[in-house]
Design a protein around this ligand. Structure first.
Ligand SMILES: *[C@@H]1O[C@H](CO)[C@@H](O)[C@H](O)[C@H]1NC(C)=O
Ligand SMILES: [Zn+2]
Length: 440
């Protein structure tokens, strides 16, 4: 009875109570939806940090180019395709890792304070050693030199320096490693071998470099090798193989199977064209600019750029622009604007999703005005922002395009391995140290 009567007595009060409880229920609903959304975003962000960058990319950039550049780089820090710090360690400190003060002012273009100022999220440490003297090596590259030893020493010094500064560097061998380094506010540190002359003519050495963590091999430096022709430096070298040698094709296939990026910087136009068309995986130019902007052999010509893309007969790739003064412009004319011209030309011919940054810092003598060292990347981003580049396109340039290409190569390797593709055991045909004992 009382339950029937009470509502009648307190009808007015009851209505307020009901209204209040409805409001409360609505509020609770709104809050729980919000909590679920926040948890969802946090979980997705943990699984895939690029999701956060995508969210970050939706807001509007400040009008001031300097502020805008900082905003872009906070979301999408620079991943530089080519930095020669290990060669500075070799010739400046005889590779004494203990002695090398990366946390204070270094003599060339790279140290930790300037990397931080430049908003660098990762870079390839080039474990470069120079081409041998042609006379030392012989015309068929067969005489023993110390290139493989020296490469191992450069891998060693790079790894030593990376682990000497664990708060700043994070050794990485994959796109997920690079992303998690960036998420942890560290500088992802990946290794690249700058020339197949460092392979001792051997695909087995390639496999072992992969095991040691190397994730790209440039097919040549400025010398031809058993696998491929180089472009030379400023003026083209006379060809030897007319592109890739038969062993060079096998090398590209093995790189695809391993997930070792094929780097076409330093290669001749014929090498680049053949490798790009032969590779099943996306390829990179770790540090090359545009020949149409400045006509030197080391820059990529439009005929090759037009093979880059997502269309039929094209290959996904990223051309990471080199800052070396003599590649950027005529004597004394290299500056931020000239570098931006290279970026825009590659974006125009190959597509905006196919351009990146590969400064070559620590490996060059002349830097552009305004891009003197690794602290200056934001100035380039600001310049491009002023020219009307969108946040998305800038984030692709700084690192997104490279990550897509590397992910593509990882995927191809996974597929080839899943399909049971066998390793390549081809031996350089000029070698005489491995005779065939048919009687065995
Ligand atoms: C390497 O550098 C450390 C620190 O300066 C020094 O104590 C050590 O003697 C050096 N080692 C060599 C072999 O020079
Ligand atoms: Zn180089």
């Amino acid at each position: 009875m009382s339950s029937e009567r009470e509502p009648l007595i307190s009808s007015v009060e009851d209505e307020t109570v009901q209204r209040d409880s409805r409001t409360l229920r609505n509020r609770a609903l709104v809050w729980s939806v919000l909590v679920v959304v926040v948890i969802f975003v946090a979980v997705v962000a943990l699984v895939d940090p690029s999701f956060v960058s995508d969210i970050g990319l939706s807001g509007k950039l400040p009008r001031d180019p300097k502020l805008a550049a900082q905003r872009v780089l906070d979301i999408a820090p620079v991943i530089d395709g080519h930095i020669d710090l290990p060669i500075v360690a070799r010739f400046g400190w005889r590779n004494n890792v203990t002695d090398i003060p990366l946390d204070s002012q270094m003599p060339m273009h790279v140290d930790i304070p300037r990397l931080r100022e430049g908003k660098v999220g990762g870079f390839f440490w080039s474990v470069f050693v120079s081409c041998a003297n042609p006379e030392d090596e012989g015309t068929d590259f067969l005489k023993a030199t110390w290139r493989v030893r020296d490469t191992l020493e450069q891998i060693d010094v790079a790894k030593g320096l990376i682990s000497k500064y664990p708060d700043d560097f994070a050794y990485a061998v994959s796109t997920s490693g690079i992303k998690s380094a960036i998420r942890d506010h560290k500088i992802a540190s990946i290794l690249g071998v700058e020339g197949a002359h460092q392979l001792g003519n051997s695909i087995a050495v390639l496999r072992q470099y992969y095991e040691l963590g190397v994730r790209y091999v440039t097919l040549t430096h400025s010398c031809h090798n058993a696998f491929a022709d180089s472009c030379g430096m400023l003026i083209p070298s006379a060809p030897r193989h007319y592109g890739l040698s038969p062993l060079g094709f096998r090398l590209v296939e093995e790189m695809n199977r391993l997930g070792m990026l094929v780097d076409l910087s330093h290669t001749s136009d014929m090498t680049a064209t053949q490798a790009l068309l032969h590779s099943k995986a996306p390829v990179i130019w770790s540090h090359s600019s545009a020949r149409a902007i400045h006509d030197v052999a080391r820059n990529v010509p439009d005929e090759v750029l037009s093979l880059v893309g997502f269309g039929d007969g094209q290959r996904d790739a990223v051309v990471m622009v080199n800052f070396n003064g003599p590649f950027v412009a005529a004597d004394g004319e290299a500056d931020i604007e000239a570098v931006a011209d290279h970026v825009e030309h590659i974006a125009k011919v190959a597509g905006v999703k196919h351009v990146g940054i590969g400064s070559d810092y620590d490996g060059i003598q002349v830097t552009p005005k305004g891009l003197e060292d690794v602290s200056k990347y934001p100035a380039l981003i600001a310049e491009l922002y002023q020219r009307g580049w969108s946040k998305q396109d800038l984030a692709g340039l700084t690192g997104g395009n490279f990550l897509r290409v590397f992910e593509g190569a990882e995927k191809v390797a996974k597929e080839l391995q899943a399909a049971g593709t066998l390793p390549k055991y081809d031996i350089y045909d000029k070698r005489e140290d491995l005779p065939i004992y048919r009687e065995l």
